[in-house]
Ligand binder design. Structure first.
Ligand code: ADP
Length: 219
């Protein structure tokens, strides 16, 4: 499980932090408003009143050591930019920043965000997709344990047909698509005769436990 810092505990930061903590991650939340910190205090690992634009404060909280930081400051654009910049300066490995406009997003990218989230745009596009394809699943709601994963094909798989790898019987994993290095597109529902190439990504449907077992057998 990951160590995650969330800076800005408005609605976005609140729901994000609560859900990640519920899923078992270690979550530290930061906000300049005392009320925002109070609201989430009981629902994540640690909540602190602090200013994300202050680099020394971030360092004293040990934010440089987290796996992922999310800047969920919205309306105060300058604070969101400065906080993102500070996180990059203290070398946080992976930074997600929330943007309110395309321009804001471009600036956040320039100052060091690895990923930009556009909450309104992302939700609107997701909703449009759901309305347009009503029977498409966003995730597999029937069982929490199942998911779709992508792994780089281990070298032991290279040159072997899927039939021989027999991932279904060994790990309970179904190869639903292959990402071939040379091709731009995913190749969906590969045949059992498909021979795995060096550089292939395998998109697998199955349980987390199956993926873990595969990871142990082919580290
Ligand atoms: P939301 O839509 O998620 O509620 P807001 O922009 O209203 O978005 O909230 C963002 C949160 O970020 C607020 O709780 C605000 O107090 C917090 N925030 C603003 N500036 C800073 C800062 N410099 N450091 C930490 N938190 C901040």
């Amino acid at each position: 499980m990951a160590q995650i810092a969330i800076i800005g505990l408005g609605n976005f930061g609140y729901y994000l932090g609560r859900d990640l903590y519920e899923k078992g991650h270690d979550v530290i939340g930061i906000d300049i408003r005392k009320e925002a910190v109070q609201r989430i205090r009981q629902e994540i690992s640690e909540a602190v009143v602090a200013d994300g634009t202050d680099r020394e404060v971030l360092e004293s909280l040990g934010i440089q050591d987290v796996d992922i930081a999310v800047v969920a400051i919205g309306t105060n654009m300058l604070a969101s930019i400065l906080t993102t910049f500070n996180l990059r300066e203290i070398k946080v490995k992976e930074i997600y920043s929330k943007a309110l406009s395309e321009e804001h997003g471009r600036i956040l990218k320039r100052v060091g965000a690895h990923h930009i989230v556009f909450p309104e745009k992302d939700v609107a596009l997701g909703l449009a997709r759901r309305i347009h394809h009503p029977n498409m699943l966003d995730y597999l709601p029937f069982q929490e344990d199942y998911a779709i994963f992508e792994i780089a094909a281990p070298s032991a798989f290279h040159g072997k047909p899927l039939r021989e790898l027999d991932l279904i019987n060994k790990y309970g994993l179904q190869v639903i698509a292959v990402r071939n290095k040379g091709l731009q597109k995913l190749q969906f529902i590969p045949r059992a005769s498909y021979v795995v190439q060096d550089g292939d990504g395998l998109i697998l449907l199955g349980a987390h436990s199956g993926i873990e077992k595969l990871g142990k057998d082919y580290p």
